[in-house]
Design a protein around this ligand. Sequence first.
Ligand code: ASP
Length: 303
Amino acid sequence: MKKYALVIHGGAVTMKPGELSPEEEAAQREGLADALQAGWKILHRGGPALDAVEAVVRSLEDNEHFNAGRGSGLTQQGEVKMDAAIMDGRTLKAGAVSAVPYVQNPISLARAVMEHSPHVGLAELGALELALEKGLPVRGPSYFITEKTYQQWLEIVQKEGAMAGHDTVGAVALDQDGNLAVATSTGGIEGQLKGRVGDSPILGGGTYASNDSCAVSCTGDGEVIMRGALAHEVYALVKYKGLPLAEACQAALALRDDELKGDKGMIAIDPHGNIALEFNSNFMRRAYRVGNGEPVVAMWKDE
Ligand code: ASP
């Protein structure tokens, strides 16, 4: 039997006990399990890693319990502006969108940038226009903004010192042909400035895949992750230093930790089917399934 595996995340944050209601936690666990299954069945029947990571991220984007697509955090102006990127480890082809509004599945738009444009990245209206041209579904603000994200936004804009949350969704996969792929998508940081671009659509920052090393999707404080080029750091530590995947992720998370303080998390996979799920916070929504093994879903550090 050929190897295949899938690892997904729904964001790494520092979470106080009691901050997450049991209902919300259950809904997020269910969302992770559903998204894992959506991608795993593609890999199981011999489909491409690229399709599997896109399917996972679409499922999480459609789920209002995650900060990507529907349920994205709002900008300071109360708008939804999303970032996403997808990368094919076989060809090094990639597509990314930044600060894009209204598009139901930014990850599929990122794939359209990769497949139907001469560019790697498109932003804001340019990205939206490609979505319209390609007939990708677009939705009005009421689809994206939920009661939860609206209340979080109100708190941020009304209460001085209110903490802004952040989250992301992502997936890395190895398919039965030995190819790697990654997809990452996010609504970014709640209360972020209009036009902010996070690490997720930055290749080598929050997203990177190359068959000669590994595929990596990051989550956490984007400004910190991109300054450390953490996804590429893992790639380089595996490729040039020969570090095992999990050690490479741990070293990347610890990279210049004094300057690069913040929540940092990542999932990774290599062509041998090794997987890693590493984070410096107490909480990262995550799930994985290796070959035909049991699916695993976890959220807190000690699970
Ligand atoms: N990295 C994302 C961003 O900065 C947020 C997150 O992963 O929590 O946009």
